[in-house]
Every structure is written in C-alpha cells, then in structure tokens.
Design a protein around this ligand. Structure first.
Ligand code: MN3
Length: 234
C-alpha cells in the first residue's frame, strides 16, 4: 500500500529530505513515497483452521512489516547514493529495494486474496474470471492442479503467481524465487500464494502440499476477479 496525501508527503519531507539535503548540498527534487503496512480485512484468527492465527500475526506484523521498513530505507538510501554519485551503493540499495519491494507488493496482494472460508473465501471462481480460467487452462480443476504444482515445486523460498499479460490477453502461472527473481515484465499479478516456510511451518511443518491444498479454502475469488478486470481495462 502506498501512502497518499499531504500527511504522507509531510512525513517524507520530515524524514528523508534533511538527509538527502545534507548529501547533496541542499538540492532536493521530488518526494519519496512512504510505504505503509496495509491493515488486514479480517482478524489474525479468521482464516483458522486453514492458516493459524500465530502464523498470520507473525507473517503480517513482523515479516511484511520488515519488508515495508526495508523498502523505505532502500529508497531513501538510493536517493542519497544517487545524489552523491556513489555507484557501488546504488547497486547495493537497488538490490535491497527490489527484494523488499517485491515482498511488500506480493504480500499486499496475498492478504487481499484471502477471506475466511465460507465468508468470501473458498469455492470456485465465477463470471468473467471463471470464463478466462476455462479459456486458458481448460477448467478450474486443471488450473488449480497446475497452480498447486507450481507452488509445491518452488525451490526453497518463493511464490506461485497467476499473472495476466495484456499484450496477448493471457493468464500465466509463474513462480518467483524469493519475491523478485524470475519475475517477468509486462504482466499483472492477480493471485499469489506465499510458500516461504514462514507462511506455513508452524502449522504444517514440512508438509507444504497440505498448506497449498488448505489454502484454496480461503482464496477470495471475487478479489481475484476484480484484479483481472482492472488489468483487462488498463
Ligand atoms: Mn511471506
């Protein structure tokens, strides 16, 4: 989530501008975005028994929060490094911005893609999303099978992601290593599952496939349909 409005801009100026000004002799241009941890639409225990409350709390309030902090720091340090022509630092902070920014972006979609089972989560996609999944994968069952296989096959930490590619109007299932490697260009992520161990280990230990299977019970298809719709209109 991105902070907007005068308050956010004031925060940026208060925190970032003095540091940049000190490095660049006082000249600043533009304002940095202050990225914020999005609030969840449900309680930490709302996805039980499929995803346990302790995992949700740690995942959101610690892991995701750390990506937000890391992204803000990386963007501030990048601005300083650019002002000072510190090219080796630009490389370092660009990597940190990509890693933390990927984490922030994907987790923001992840939380929005889930709702409590039976209260917006689970079941099957409907309407235009259903039609598109049938068109590109043959059936919902085939899509779920391929998506789960991609999630289960991620080596170590990463994600399985459903993308929409506007250039040929297709849905694609892709993996991400960590949250930023193997990422394609020119596509919109419309659904993703986090298969880092922190997303499931407390409850499922090494049984990632069981977590992936349970996760379908909390997928908020209406939200996925909204993202597809907005990607198709863009
Ligand atoms: Mn995670």
């Amino acid at each position: 989530m991105v902070a907007t409005g005068a308050a956010a801009a004031a925060t940026v100026l208060a925190h970032a501008a003095p540091a940049i000004a000190a490095e660049s002799g006082g000249a600043t241009s533009g304002a940095l975005t202050v990225h914020e941890l999005p609030k969840l639409d449900y309680a930490y225990d709302a996805l039980e028994p499929h995803i346990d409350a302790q995992t949700m709390e740690l995942h959101h309030s610690k892991h995701h929060a750390a990506y937000v902090k890391g992204l803000n720091e990386a963007e501030q340090e990048l601005a300083k490094a650019r002002s000072a022509n510190e090219f080796p630092l630009i490389q370092h902070w660009s990597r940190r911005a990509a890693f933390n920014g990927g984490g922030h972006f994907l987790h923001s979609i992840f939380w929005k893609s889930m709702m409590p089972a039976g209260k917006g989560g689970g079941g099957d996609p409907k309407g235009a999303l259903l039609k598109k999944i049938n068109e590109d994968f043959g059936s919902v069952a085939a899509f779920k099978g391929q998506f789960a296989a991609a999630a289960n096959a991620v080596e170590a930490s990463g994600w399985a992601l459903l993308h929409y590619r506007p250039s040929d109007k297709r849905l694609l299932i892709l993996q991400a290593e960590n949250q930023h490697k193997l990422s394609p260009w020119g596509t919109e992520v419309i659904l993703g599952i986090d298969v880092w161990e922190h997303a499931y280990y407390l409850k499922y230990q090494n049984r990632r496939a069981d977590y992936v299977t349970a996760w379908w019970n909390v997928v908020a298809w209406d939200r996925v349909a909204e993202r597809l719709d907005s990607a198709q209109r863009a």
